[in-house]
Design a protein around this ligand. Structure first.
Ligand code: F0G
Length: 351
């Protein structure tokens, strides 16, 4: 069967009307990959990766963006706008073009991964590099979208959350049960809010009878939810989650408290190590921010947090090709130069 995309497949769970244009790039339906090697390190009963990097623009943002853009189009908007650490801008630019809308993105100057920037540019968005961080860019976007006829497509737009919650439906459907723990990276906190809403909705509809515990992980240099107060100058190698004052702060705290889960921090070293382990041991290439979920689960495992029989799902939010610079930098010195002859290659390989 052809996968119809989020709007059609999950129509009954989404705020659609007869007038909502059913745009799609066939987002959603992403793999839930069973861990082989990292399962042993985590010491749990089952470890699965929800690889959201397999969405059309390479991140989970497409699930919510398709809903937000369809609703903007339905409402007669012509321009959409967002602040972004990169992935939201890539997704907004692609879906805006799909729907025939113009797109303006505000990105923190010099702090966005190359792959994401290339996407926003290629899809024809107006790209404004702001001399400031994401939090400052979002403030500007919030003001402009509430004073001008421009649709806000950050996750403050409730349609974004509605679309993103569908990932939790897929986890339950493909796993055949509710995981004990759902781990994910947290930046602006829209995604943890969305997953929790999705699980709760299934519970209220009596489609599931238990709820998972939510495990959110922030980068140590950008962990306002762990500190309990905004961080003025957030810093981390995981630029996607370099956010000091998450817009969905309350949603994240509710997800943590209602589920009996936690929000913790992982260092840049732990993030990069998890990124390398995913690539080298599991064959899965994710961007640094996405590895925060795995880094967090491994940290908790070291602390003796798990009993040993739990089913854990780690959300891998974005594809590794988003941030080639960090990836190549980590592997510096790995490229071996060799002459263009059989003898040379055989010699170097030691055959
Ligand atoms: N992982 C990736 C790859 C992201 O791009 C983001 C957020 C997150 C995790 C965190 O999700 O914000 O819902 O808590 N990226 C946003 C952006 C901020 O602009 O692309 P969140």
């Amino acid at each position: 069967m052809r996968w119809p995309g989020i709007l059609e497949y999950f129509a009954e769970y989404l705020p659609l009307t007869g007038k909502t244009p059913l745009i799609t790039l066939q987002e959603g339906n992403t793999p839930l990959i069973a861990s082989s090697s990292l399962l042993k390190k985590a010491g749990v009963g089952g470890l699965f990766f929800k690889f959201e990097g397999m969405n059309p623009t390479g991140s989970f943002k497409d699930r919510g963006m398709v809903v937000a853009i369809a609703k903007a189009k339905e409402e007669g908007k012509e321009v959409v706008m967002c602040a972004s650490t990169g992935n939201t801008s890539a997704s907004a630019a692609a879906y805006a073009r799909r729907a025939g809308l113009s797109c303006v993105v505000l990105i923190p100057q010099g702090k966005i991964a190359l792959g994401k920037l290339s996407q926003a540019l290629m899809h024809g968005a107006r790209v404004l590099a702001v001399q400031g961080n994401f939090d400052q860019a979002l403030q500007v976007v919030r003001f402009i979208t509430s004073h001008y006829p421009v649709a806000l497509v950050n996750s403050l737009n409730p349609h974004r959350i509605e679309g993103q919650k569908t990932a939790s439906f897929e986890v339950v459907e493909w796993l055949g049960r509710v995981p004990d723990f759902l781990a994910l990276p947290v930046g602006n906190a829209g995604n943890i809010t969305a997953y929790w809403r999705g699980f709760k909705e299934l519970f209220e509809l009596k489609k599931i009878s238990v709820l998972p515990k939510m495990l959110g992980f922030q980068a140590a240099g950008a962990c306002p939810l762990v500190l309990g107060k905004p961080v003025e100058n957030p810093h981390t190698v995981a630029t996607a989650i370099r956010i000091g004052n998450p817009a969905s702060w309350k949603g994240a705290v509710a997800a943590k408290e209602e589920s009996g889960g936690l929000i913790d921090a992982v260092t840049d070293e732990e993030i990069l190590e998890a990124q390398r382990m995913l690539a080298e041991e599991e064959g899965i290439f994710v961007e640094p921010a996405s590895a925060a979920s795995v880094a967090g689960v491994l940290k908790k495992a070291r602390e003796g947090f798990f009993r040993g029989n739990e089913i854990v799902v780690c959300v891998l939010t974005g594809h590794g090709l988003k941030d080639p610079d960090i990836a190549v930098k980590q592997c510096e010195g790995r490229i071996e130069e060799v002459g263009a002859s059989v003898e040379e290659v055989v010699r170097v390989l030691g055959f």
